[in-house]
Ligand binder design. Structure first.
Ligand SMILES: Cc1ncc(COP(=O)(O)O)c(C=O)c1O
Length: 396
């Protein structure tokens, strides 16, 4: 019989020539366990998915409880389903006006598609503005607003009317105009290697969008659910978008996405023509049950997890002299070695040494720190120790 690893090599389509190749047989909290009890401390957590850690007992119980009642019933938006409406209630309770209605979908890419369609439908305009070095998903619409030519050129023609501008360049906000249906932006750029907005940048963007009648769309697919401190990253500056896009952590380990806006905005997808967006599995009841259990636990526990203290611990103890910079906020950090080749070797060496990190799509000279928010201080110290050692082992 072939091993799982052999079948993976033969039968599973690859996304690159260098998959991380980690085999996991079970996972719990911040740890993943391979065959022969090889242990990995997980500093990626599925790229901001498992904010409570792996196999959280409350999330697993919610999944089982919902699976015992019903799985799928009907395409999205037709039936009243308890976990879906209760998750929408909890989200809206924690969001400011005008973010008062939720459209649930399957994934981040689909949520971005929905947000782009909604902006075009509502404004009657066609141009979409996005930022260089941003990643918003892999479907053709989301790919069209990706902020890097290398990854999208092979798939052209993509959507027309896309305008890319530079994050944190105030002067380029002038390019937002009466033609712009929306501006899609991550309030903290993730795959750019964790780039914080310059002081006042999101406010200036908000003002320009309002002035031109363009909708402001925040992609918080990586930044939501307290990774950067507050529940949503836009809460750092109180700049409120017209459309908020969520996925990844939303299902707390189950597939789920959403775009959230005002009722009048979302209503425009429901008439003339109706069915402006339809999705069979969007807002799946088991995913919503998991997301609801996760979000309740997050809200109850987040203060006691001391995210600023954990950020400080990483910053203090990641102290190898080859580290150029640590960027980010909370447990959403990039450690910049300023050398792509060494950074990639460091990531593989750290995995060998039992700590999982990775590099960023548009920044391969930095590695990622986005562990479960529940990671212990002891595990942070261990992670820093192993990472410092791995950097040392890849030195020239
Ligand atoms: C910021 C951001 N937007 C969108 C997406 C796409 O989400 P999904 O992979 O669920 O389609 C991702 C995924 O990594 C992301 O990081």
């Amino acid at each position: 019989m072939l091993s799982d690893r052999q079948l993976f090599r033969q039968l599973i389509a690859k996304t690159s020539d260098t998959p991380l190749n980690i085999e996991v047989v079970h996972a719990s909290g911040s740890w993943m366990f391979g065959p022969d009890e090889k242990k990995y401390l997980d500093l990626v957590s599925g790229v901001s998915v498992s904010y409570l850690g792996h196999h959280d007992p409350d999330v697993v119980a919610a999944v089982k409880e919902q699976a015992d009642k019903y799985l799928h019933l009907m395409v999205y938006g037709e039936y009243v389903q308890h976990p879906q409406v209760r998750l929408a209630e909890l989200l809206v309770e924690h969001l400011p006006e005008p973010l008062s209605q939720v459209y649930f979908v399957n994934s981040g890419s689909e949520a971005i598609e929905g947000a782009m369609k909604l902006a075009k439908r509502f404004t009657g305009r066609t141009e979409i503005v996005a930022f260089r070095n941003a990643y918003h998903g892999s479907s053709q619409g989301a790919l069209s607003i990706m902020g890097g030519e290398y990854f999208k050129n092979a798939f052209r023609p993509l959507l027309p009317g896309i305008r890319l501008i530079d994050f944190n360049d105030f002067s380029q906000l002038e390019q937002i105009s009466r033609q712009s249906a929306c501006v899609v932006v991550e309030p903290i750029q993730g795959e750019a290697g964790i780039r914080l907005p310059a002081s006042g940048f999101l406010q200036a963007l908000r003002e320009k969008c309002t002035e031109e009648g363009a909708l402001l769309v925040f992609d918080e697919i990586q930044t939501a659910f307290a990774h950067t401190g507050p529940l949503f990253a836009f809460m750092h500056e109180q700049v409120v978008p017209d459309i908020l896009v969520l996925a990844k952590g939303l299902g707390c380990g189950m597939p789920l996405g959403a775009f959230i806006a005002s009722e009048p905005l979302l209503k425009s997808l429901a008439s003339d023509p109706p069915l402006g967006h339809i999705t069979t599995f969007g807002g799946h009841p088991v995913s919503c049950a998991a997301g609801l259990a996760g979000m309740k636990k997050l809200i109850a526990g987040v203060k006691s997890w001391n995210i600023p203290g954990k950020e400080a611990l990483f910053r203090k103890n990641l102290n190898h002299p080859s580290i150029r910079e640590i960027r980010g906020k909370g447990l959403f950090l990039a450690v910049d070695l300023g050398d792509s080749e060494r950074n990639i070797r460091t990531v593989f060496k750290a995995i060998e040494n039992g700590v999982v990190s990775d590099w960023f799509l548009f920044n391969d000279h930095s590695f990622r720190i986005s562990p479960p928010l529940t990671i212990s201080e002891e595990d942070i110290l261990l992670a820093c120790d192993i990472l410092n050692r791995s950097i040392e082992q890849t030195g020239k």
